[in-house]
Design a protein. Sequence first.
Length: 162
Amino acid sequence: CIVGHQYLHPVRSEHTHDKEFENNSTRLLAGASNGTVKNIIIVDDDRSLGECLAKLLRSENYETAYFPSALTALEHLKAKPAGLLITDIQMPEMTGLELIIRVREIKPGLPVIAMSGAWDEEMAKELFALDVRWYLPKPLDFGYFAFIVNIALANPNLHGPP
């Protein structure tokens, strides 16, 4: 899968050079579900990125559902179980922040990973107040993305770096 001009690989990226990190993230990606399938919800209005992330996680035997709209993702979350929500923040119709607020009403303990190409201190404060454990800057480092997904699934109460 190609995103922009980068080849999507679960444990390698132009920023990931540490062999030990690659070996550990491969081991985590292969075994984080401990034999159970986690339903991961991916929400991003960038269809090519959302579909690539879903493809990456499916290739590692995770059940995923991709939605280009926060509204349709919210309807899905109301009706189906989920183990993790991965959402972009800046989207039309309903932002990722609005989605997280609504999700907290129906699934208060659901782990969330937020992604955005535009971070500021105010957004970080809002995400922290909504108990969002992890946030990733775009463009994504796909090796780090895979690593964080596994950390979030294996340790849903663990906070990410500030």
